[in-house]
Write a protein that binds this ligand. Structure first.
Ligand SMILES: Nc1ncnc2c1ncn2[C@@H]1O[C@H](COP(=O)(O)OP(=O)(O)OP(=O)(O)O)[C@@H](O)[C@H]1O
Ligand SMILES: O=C(O)C1=C[C@@H](O)[C@@H](O)[C@H](O)C1
Ligand SMILES: [Mg+2]
Length: 170
């Protein structure tokens, strides 16, 4: 079984995905880390040097290459991954998708406290502008995120609760 965690940047995909993997005793990885390996550069560098279209192509290639295995895994996708190419269909054809639906205001607070520099799409934003930018991004992406098989709002994101809900599909 393959589990894909999707959602806006900063919604907690990596944090929750790692916890879920430990609890279920299966491996975990981040799609963004595979892109960095394949691209031979950091994500901000890939965006700056090659542009977003190029990034979205490697992202889709990495998603497909990593899924081409019989192994069980949990993957935290990049925030934009479900919204480009045929990635969301591919995800749903190859495993279980879980959307972490966290409020943009909560995400803005987290991103600002972590720092915006590593996030090319939100560079230059501050506490006044980031909430609005995240709302806008969510509006553009929600039709893709809603294709997830399971959606959990921020107050439902608890490993035991989620395992209970997804268990019948495992
Ligand atoms: N349930 C939570 N409650 C409070 N803070 C959280 C929670 N989950 C994650 N965080 C914090 O929010 C920030 C973003 O979390 P995380 O890196 O897991 O998100 P992500 O969706 O993987 O982000 P990215 O899109 O950058 O990969 C981190 O500082 C993390 O510690
Ligand atoms: O939301 C996005 O489009 C992105 C999220 C990150 O995980 C990275 O994949 C990259 O910074 C783009
Ligand atoms: Mg992450």
């Amino acid at each position: 079984m393959k589990i894909f965690i999707i959602g806006m940047p900063g919604c907690g995909k990596s944090t929750f995905g790692k916890e879920l993997a430990v609890k279920m005793g299966i491996s975990f990885f981040d799609l963004d880390d595979l892109i960095v390996k394949k691209g031979g550069a950091s994500i901000p560098e890939i965006f700056e040097q090659k542009g977003e279209d190029y990034f979205r192509h490697i992202e889709s290639d990495c998603l497909k290459e990593a899924t081409d295995t019989n192994e069980t895994f949990i993957m935290a996708t990049g925030g934009g991954a479900p919204c480009f190419h045929d990635n969301m269909d591919f995800i749903n054809q190859n495993g279980i998708s879980i959307f972490l639906d966290v409020n943009p205001v909560t995400i803005a607070k987290r991103i600002l406290s972590d720092g915006v520099e590593e996030r090319p799409l939100f560079r230059g934003h501050n506490y006044k502008t980031l909430g609005g930018a995240l709302e806008e991004k969510r509006k553009n992406r929600i039709s893709f995120y809603r294709l997830a098989q399971f959606t959990f709002k921020e107050d439902e994101i608890d490993v035991d609760n989620i395992i209970k809900k997804i268990k019948p599909s495992l």
